[in-house]
Design a protein around this ligand. Structure first.
Ligand code: ZN
Ligand code: MN
Length: 139
């Protein structure tokens, strides 16, 4: 089921299905922890012996390129990946880097106001990120 969906989406993006890409996508779909490439590597290497960090990284980029995942970047720290591609927002811990989904969205009226103030840009979307300190970093 998951494999079929993945195969089709990869082919639409001009890419082939591989066992490595399958394992990376399956893991990403199974978690809401917004893992880094290193974390994905640690999770899948037990299942796909011999897989390298470089292959995991390339698989993640392929998934992003085919619209199957989102890449969340933060200046100098490692990018995080999210298999959830619908419009949703995040809260990020400034101390440990933990990222969680938050429910809710801005009212359309507010989005429109931001759009109008965007200096002539053609706005195609928006992301909202709440910043702070997670429960373990606070204690
Ligand atoms: Zn934290
Ligand atoms: Mn998310």
């Amino acid at each position: 089921m998951l494999e079929k969906t993945l195969r089709r989406a990869l082919e639409r993006g001009g890419q082939r299905y591989t066992e490595q890409r399958g394992a990376v996508y399956e893991f990403l779909m199974s978690t809401d922890s917004h893992p880094t490439a290193d974390e994905v590597f640690l999770a899948v290497r037990g299942r796909i012996p011999g897989i390298s960090l470089a292959t995991v990284y390339k698989s993640l980029e392929t998934l992003v390129g085919c619209g199957l995942a989102m890449k969340l970047t933060y200046g100098d720290s490692s990018a995080r990946y999210d298999a959830r591609t619908d419009l949703h927002h995040h809260v990020r811990c400034l101390s440990c880097g933990k990222v969680c989904d938050v429910p809710g969205s801005l009212p359309e009226r507010e989005v429109q106001r931001l759009r109008e103030g965007a200096d002539g840009f053609e706005v195609t979307g928006y992301r909202m990120e709440l910043l702070g300190y997670c429960t373990s970093c606070r204690s």
